[in-house]
Design a protein around this ligand. Sequence first.
Ligand code: ZN
Length: 430
Amino acid sequence: VLRGDLLVVEGRVAAVGDARDALRALPGGRAEREFDASGCFVLPGLIHAHLHLCQTLFRGLAEQHDLLPWLRERIWPFEAAHTEASIAASARLGVCELLASGATCVNDMGTVRHTDAIGAVLEQTGLRAVFGKALMDQGKGAPAGWVERTEAALEDALAIAKRWHGRANGRLGVSLAPRFVLSCSTDLWRGVREAAAREGLLVHTHLAESPGEAAEVQAAVGETAARYFGRHGVLGPRFIGAHGVWVDDEERRMLAEARAAVAHCPSANLKLGSGLADVRALREAGVRLGLGSDGAACNNHLDVLGEMRVAALVSRVRSRERPLTAREVVELATCEGARALGLEARVGALASGLEADVVVVDVSGPHCAPHEGSDPYDVLVHAARASDVRLTLVAGRELYRDGRFTTLDPGAVLAEARAERHALLLRVGA
Ligand SMILES: [Zn+2]
């Protein structure tokens, strides 16, 4: 932690701390534009490791459920009723909230259809993202005609990767996103494993989220999700599994040996009553970790800063003797999240040469005061709020500053979201 300046040149961090020499080397000896961050913390942009932008429109529509009934009775019928326009509205609303709360990068699962519409929103709004189409070729409770044939699902996912992977100067990446054990056949997992290795894509899925799911997985495949993934060669350095609440010591070792990653989503785990992930044990086993909010339908917000506080609080109860420190929680949402997504050579830290994904958080408000002499990590995790974010940059591009967006019109986004949600509910008959 240091007091100083941050210089960004051509989208990259050029100097941190003392920027005087680097400034003198610029044409004219000065920066084109300045931002006065007095009274603020300047930190790497927050990395959101597990998200469903398609569910932002469903915020508050699926309350008081456990995971499987929540999916079958509410979320899947809603997702199946999406049009291109409604999914774009859902994604734009999510991106608005994310940029205003300091997220600069997301790992999005998408849904079965309209992935290109999500890609177009991500491209246009400037957010960094890995995104994919949710793969489902089977599953009790899925709406009729929505689940796809194995080959068709994989072909579509690979065509999406061809169109989008590496686009916008590498700001956008594509993953393969088999939804979870119960919605994918063994053939589909095999296809995903082969395609991910061949194309160098992340595999983004859900892993051991709830006890009800664990029981159905056990009944369906005769073992736990982590062991099933291990046996089918799905675990590996490009694997990121959301949640990882219900994993034992041996499974943690398997995940660590495979260099797999887990996206911790503590608010969603609390709200769906799924349980408390043991992040200390995952970390000590050597499992790579990120932090996410999951979708707005089970959280109900997408704010990583808020999720950091919940992660710290959950850890205090779950790992009483050795809870995560505030600094460790900040690492989950920044440098470790970048590693979990394989993006550590681009983002995740404020270091010369990395892309300038930066967030400025104002800690001068009364709810953060007095903080002189306090650990700045504690101030950030436990006192600061999403609404304290003043500036969000992705690759040096200003996307949000003091309540204003440069790529989105929030009034139009909200109006569109209300109209599209209304129309979607009519389509569902809800
Ligand atoms: Zn999820």
